[in-house]
Design a protein around this ligand. Structure first.
Ligand code: FES
Length: 154
């Protein structure tokens, strides 16, 4: 279920389009914002809201890495390992994060504080290597900067 407030927003958004399908991304964001991740139940629920077959919603959720298909920690750290970041040593950043957090890529720390995931290009190639955490981009990373970031994330 979504909150009354979000259901009202969805209904309002639907009035901007000839059919409700374009609202699917906003509805999925709202679901993730309320639940932290998007379960199969969530996909079916959103599909019903926007009159789409559930398999199409599943296709969207599995296409965009911004959607979580399983529970994540309070801070989801997405490290870009694509070409520009790789050429600027993102592998060292990944290794450092794995050592500091004592998890591998795709895992969550036992205290549920951090989830570490690999990301495709996040569009900040000129500032490689970089990572995204929440709405923030952290760029021109080195190991010392990663340590500062981790200490700032409560
Ligand atoms: S390759 Fe890392 S941001 Fe583009």
């Amino acid at each position: 279920m979504l909150s009354e407030q979000n259901l009202k927003k969805i209904e309002e958004l639907k009035t901007h389009y000839p059919n409700p399908r374009p609202v699917v991304l906003a509805a999925l964001w709202m679901w993730q914002d309320e639940h932290g991740w998007i379960s199969e139940e969530g996909m079916k629920y959103v599909a019903g809201l926007v009159n789409m077959p559930p398999h199409e919603v599943y296709g969207i959720v599995t296409f965009y890495t911004m959607f979580n298909r399983k529970p994540v920690g309070r801070h989801k750290i997405e490290v870009c390992t694509n070409v520009s970041c790789m050429l600027r040593n993102s592998d060292k950043i990944v290794k450092h994060l794995e050592n500091r957090l004592n998890v591998k890529m795709g895992e969550t720390t036992p205290d549920n504080r951090f989830t570490l995931v690999e990301a495709e290009c996040l569009g900040a190639c000129g500032y490689a290597p970089m990572l995204q955490c929440g709405d923030e981009y952290y760029e021109n990373l080195d190991e010392a900067k990663v340590d500062r970031i981790l200490s700032e994330l409560k």
